[in-house]
Design a protein around this ligand. Structure first.
Ligand code: ATP
Ligand code: MG
Length: 607
């Protein structure tokens, strides 16, 4: 079937259909939030596979987080195209490439540095934890931007960066020592994995040809967040027979602080000669009111909407001491019996803002799902699974055994009986004691469901790994997981995540909390460039809402017996100026105005 009534083309707008069916390559799709970029990317794979234009086994979709890769595979599965298609992060694909090369040439597989912070501590015994983390982050920025230790002082100055150790030269010395120490120990960190994979593509023609044969069709989602190191690797993967689709939105570029280069998406046609560029304007996700708010954050006209009008966003101001109570009340009021808590999400600028809210919601008996920021490897049930796997065992059989154990342990492979759970999650090894089955403990039905969900998330990641490296050992998978092991529990609960973690996702009801100056924009965003990125970040957060958007800020916060007066984010004021006035929230809008006035007066006084 090839016509317009083909099921794979159903539910697509004319411009989406064009982007799905065109055989143009390279192709760059630049389109706003919620316009269906990810939908086009997955449909394009399914469509061209169905039409026999591409071999799905030689197709690779690349994203930036493991969780996004998982989302792609799950969308592809719904389209009946997941089995053969590979989806992974730059890191996981590059690591699989290095391992394959090592296996083919009878060399030892790449050894990954266990703990970069420990190595920095050896080089700088007097440094505290924070400085060590800053050093690691700055090294990562250098690597992402292809900046060497020698180039650092000039590059850092030009980019307006603050060196973690004060003087640029001092940091450059540490960076150089860190690189040398890794070389001496013959270990790689995750940036080295990308760099080494690129070098091999550039210097080993046979290896490059094999790699290009394996991944002939490449697709990259969220391209606005690519950094120069990843970009070089991507370019090296392309051969004369390759096809390429990249999709992205420059208004959602939020990883510049991490080394991403948002200019790359704008200059894509220069880098890929003959690249066709397509645009899509309509937003399919959000109500016109949400899109008006999003437009006001960016100081732009809103995207056209197809959803019917909902209501204006709400703005709530409260004292920091009451924040959790106010939030819990809002959430509970919107929760209908029988509906899922997961329809609602709470987003904040930083993780540390979320932790007390998570605790407070749980205390008030509102279930929450563990966010994408929590590492799987730190969870006890995953530690139990890991202990039962030996490093050299075949990953495929470890996964099969553990899945079987999980199914038997939960009584039915789906909705688990309490007895089944008690038997298996409680004591000792699972049935068969094959050495691949873990012992773990969970006490309440909710906690047991949580344990199961995390083990399943872990096994899903293992299966993604196998799609890239079918012969992988358990050890190789665990190593690759260290680059990014954030997963989302599958149970029902209110989703709590950061603005960064919310990228690419959507919820019917979204609460943005802590919208105060100092958080939004974050206090350390001092340059115009950094503030512009903060603005785009809030725009990402706002555009996650499908139907309802609720903004919360606190006019005072407390730390011990100290009280701090707070002002709302300047962009909250911009959003509130767009309200129709008929929203019944005149008091809240007035509070925003008053607080901003006070702040302006205080600043004038200080001048
Ligand atoms: P983001 O920029 O946030 O990553 P996106 O451009 O990737 O967003 P999608 O996630 O693909 O957008 O789509 C946004 C939402 O709109 C999804 O729920 C998707 O199913 C829906 N959608 C996309 N296109 C259509 C369409 N033609 N008709 C109906 N719904 C659509
Ligand atoms: Mg998307």
């Amino acid at each position: 079937m090839t016509g317009d009534d083909h099921p794979l083309l159903a539910g697509l707008s004319a411009e989406q259909r064009e982007a799905v069916t065109t055989r143009a390559s390279p192709l760059c799709l630049i389109a706003g939030a919620g316009s269906g970029k990810t939908r086009v990317l997955t449909r394009r794979i399914a469509w061209h596979a169905d039409q026999g234009h591409i071999d799905p086994r030689r197709t690779l979709a690349v994203t930036f987080t493991r969780r996004a890769a998982r989302e792609l595979r799950s969308r592809l599965r719904q389209l009946g195209a997941a089995g053969a298609v590979k989806a992974g992060t730059f890191h996981s694909v590059a690591l699989a490439q290095l391992r394959r090369h090592a296996a083919d040439s009878d060399r030892r597989p790449p050894q990954i540095l266990d703990n970069p912070a420990k190595l920095i501590a050896e080089l700088h015994p007097s440094s505290d934890r924070r400085t060590r983390n800053d050093i690691i982050a700055e090294i990562s920025w250098c690597r992402a931007r292809l900046v060497t230790a020698g180039d650092y002082p000039a590059a850092a100055k030009a980019a307006g960066r603050r060196a973690p150790l004060g003087r640029y030269e001092c940091f450059a010395g540490t960076f150089g020592d860190y690189q040398a120490a890794k070389r001496k120990r013959r270990v790689l960190d995750f940036d080295d994995v990308l760099a080494r994979a690129t070098e091999m593509m550039e210097s080993l023609p046979q290896h490059a040809a094999a790699q290009r044969w394996l991944h002939r069709h490449l697709l990259v989602d969220e391209f606005q967040d690519i950094n120069p190191l990843q970009f070089r690797l991507l370019k090296s993967w392309l051969g004369p027979d390759s096809t390429l689709l990249v999709v992205g939105d420059p208004d959602q570029a939020i990883y510049g602080w991490n080394g991403a280069d948002p200019k790359l998406i704008d200059s894509v046609a220069e880098h890929f000669p003959g690249c066709a560029v397509m645009h899509m304007r309509t937003n399919f996700r959000s109500t016109p009111e949400v899109l008006t708010a999003a437009g006001r954050v960016l100081g732009r006209a809103p995207q056209p909407a197809v959803r019917p009008p909902g209501g204006d966003p709400t703005i709530t101001v409260c004292d920091g001491a009451e924040e959790a109570e106010v939030l819990a009340r809002l959430i509970r009021r919107r929760h209908r019996p029988g509906s899922r808590w997961r329809r609602q999400a709470v987003l904040a600028r930083t993780n540390s803002q979320l932790e007390p809210l998570r605790q407070a919601l749980l205390q008030r008996n509102i279930p929450v799902v563990t966010t994408g920021e929590t590492g799987l490897l730190r969870r006890p049930e995953i530690a139990a699974v890991r202990e039962s796997w030996t490093d050299n065992a075949r990953l495929a059989s470890c996964v099969a055994d553990t899945r079987q154990w999980l199914q038997e342990a939960s009584g039915d492979g789906g909705g688990a009986s309490d007895d089944g759970h008690n038997a298996a999650f409680g004591i000792g090894n699972g049935p068969g004691s094959s050495g691949h089955t873990p012992a773990t403990r969970a006490d309440t039905p909710a906690a047991r469901a949580d344990v199961k969900a995390f083990i399943e998330a872990f096994l899903d990641f293992a299966e993604d790994h196998l799609s890239l490296d079918p012969d992988a050992t358990a050890g190789a998978f665990l190593t690759s997981l260290r680059a990014d092991d954030r997963a989302l529990g599958r149970g029902d609960g209110v989703d709590l995540t950061t603005f960064h973690g919310a990228k690419g996702q959507e919820w019917p009801i979204v609460y943005l909390v802590g919208l105060e100056d100092g958080y939004v924009p974050i206090h350390h965003a001092r340059t115009a460039e950094a503030r512009a990125e903060e603005r785009r970040l809030l725009h990402v957060a706002v555009t996650r809402a499908q139907q309802e958007l609720h903004l919360l800020w606190c006019d005072q916060r407390h730390n011990g017996d100290k009280t701090f007066l707070k002002a709302p984010s300047p962009w909250v004021e911009a959003i509130s100026e767009g309200f129709s006035g008929a929203t019944g929230q005149a008091d809240n809008v007035a509070a925003v105005g008053r607080a901003r006035e006070m702040l302006r007066a205080k600043r004038d006084e200080q001048r």
